[in-house]
Design a protein around this ligand. Structure first.
Ligand code: HEC
Ligand code: HEC
Length: 406
């Protein structure tokens, strides 16, 4: 019941090509040419108003297409003085994300397709777009990212680039100068590039090698994996699924659910200097279609944990900078809230300080959460170290990279 947004693309290209009377070979060449164009644009800072920022500035291939530094948000805009509002996600392993739905039924994750798993899927931290081509509009046109005034401005910049002639070579492509749909073609090219399997879903981690019987986990890593999946301990696999799908697909380490964890407010984000501003995820303000749905406030996408160990800023607001801190937060959010949240003037701990109190009922309270304040955390310090060692096995590059791009 998964709708493969990205995987469907190549097939879509063939179908489109076929509809235009292209042969299969030509349709295939067109898909490859689109992807190649997407790759060139992805690394091209001349597509931004500052001339200084490309997609790769924020989504750096050396960091699994995530941010290259520990800053919670990245700069952009005309003079590179505007700041984003959210941490940059990795672009790896987005290929199987289902389209956003408020009611998700899936036999794959829990073996019972009569259970409503709630809001699931979509791209970005709040699931507000479904396809790579729709997503690419956002950074190209955002005043605090690449800052183009209009689609026409993007097209004009691509026309000036050295690779503009690539578009002419696309079968049924035509010269970009003559095309009315040039912007859509550009967006499709980003989408095509983001599906290059060798770059974006190589499955070359130690964990993949272990699943294939080609490597063994150390004692610590093995203990970490058990803690990750144990429903009385980390219970991480409840949301970050660690086993193969029913049809044998490798584990993606997410169920694509949108969940509220109540992570602490990050005062290092410039937008947060306004105490009245809250990033409420699914219910806005970035996402607009569900603004009236209070039950969704505070919910953010469950990200894949593949390559998480190469990150230096965690959660949607980049509030934590080490995996140890993240796992401690899971274990101790409810047992030791004073460790994570500030106090008000009278000394009361302001738990869930990034969510107005009227929404606190939306926050997930099942293990590893839900223990009383002062109780023993679900994980000891030693167990936290084991869990971190396991998370480090999810980094690609343990096995040789598959560069075939197929
Ligand atoms: C200034 C930094 C920046 C630049 C430049 C940038 N991005 Fe992003 N990207 C982000 C942030 C931040 C998010 C999360 C946005 C959100 O949740 O609203 C994101 C999200 C995404 C996502 C969704 C990932 C997911 O996990 O759902 C894709 C795909 C993506 N970007 C592709 C691109 C492409 C293609 C470009 C170039 C056209 C680009 N980005 C340029 C910062 C950037
Ligand atoms: C109830 C579902 C749920 C459970 C259980 C859960 N997570 Fe998460 N995880 C999420 C969501 C949702 C986010 C993003 C939250 C946000 O940014 O506000 C996240 C984010 C993360 C991140 C940061 C990833 C990034 O790219 O910034 C890490 C690391 C992580 N989880 C590890 C774990 C570990 C380890 C456990 C078990 C101790 C665990 N998670 C249990 C849902 C869950």
């Amino acid at each position: 019941m998964l709708v493969l947004l990205w995987g469907a693309f190549a097939t879509g290209c063939f179908a489109q090509g076929a509809a235009q009377g292209l042969s299969r070979a030509k349709a295939f060449r067109r898909a490859r040419a689109l992807s190649e164009l997407g790759r060139k644009m992805f690394f091209d800072p001349s597509l931004s108003s500052s001339g200084a920022v490309s997609c790769a500035s924020c989504h750096d291939p050396a960091f699994a297409y995530g941010p290259p530094n520990s800053m919670p948000v990245q700069p952009g805009g005309k003079d590179m003085t505007q700041w984003g509002k959210r941490a940059v996600p990795s672009l790896r392993y987005l290929q199987a994300i289902p389209q956003f739905t408020e009611h998700y039924f899936d036999a794959d994750s829990n073996g019972d397709d009569s259970i409503d798993n709630g809001p699931t899927g979509g791209l970005t931290w709040d699931g507000r777009v479904d396809r790579g081509r729709d997503q690419a509009r956002l950074p190209l046109l955002s005043p605090y990212e690449m800052d183009n005034d209009s689609p026409a401005a993007v097209v004009a910049r691509v026309r000036k680039a050295s690779y503009a002639s690539d578009l002419r070579r696309l079968p049924a492509g035509g010269a970009i100068a003559e095309r009315k749909d040039a912007f859509n073609l550009i967006l499709s090219a980003f989408e095509a590039w983001e599906q290059d399997s060798g770059e974006f879903y190589p499955y070359t981690s130690k964990y993949d090698a272990w699943l294939a019987g080609k490597a063994s986990l150390s004692d610590r890593e093995g203990r970490g994996l058990r803690l990750f999946s144990d429903s009385d301990k980390g219970n991480c696999a409840r949301c970050h699924i660690a086993t193969r799908g029913a049809n044998g697909t490798p584990p993606q380490f997410t169920d694509y659910g949108l969940v509220a964890l109540g992570v602490p407010r990050n005062n290092k984000i410039p937008a947060n200097s306004n105490p009245g501003w809250h990033d409420l995820g699914m219910c806005g303000p970035e996402r607009v279609d569900l603004r009236s749905r209070q039950e969704y406030c505070g919910r953010f996408m469950t990200p894949t944990l593949r390559n998480v160990a190469v990150r230096k800023a965690f959660f949607h607001n980049g509030v934590f900078h080490t995996l140890k801190e993240v796992v401690e937060f899971y274990a101790q959010r409810d047992t030791d809230p004073e460790k994570w949240y500030p106090r008000n003037d009278s000394g009361t701990v302001l738990k869930f300080d990034d969510l107005p109190p009227r929404y606190s009922g939306n926050i997930d309270n099942v293990l590893p959460f839900g223990r009383a304040a002062g109780a023993k955390p679900a994980l000891t310090d030693e167990e936290i170290r084991d869990l971190v060692a396991f998370l480090e096995t999810l980094t690609d590059g343990f096995l040789p990279m598959n560069r075939s791009g197929n």
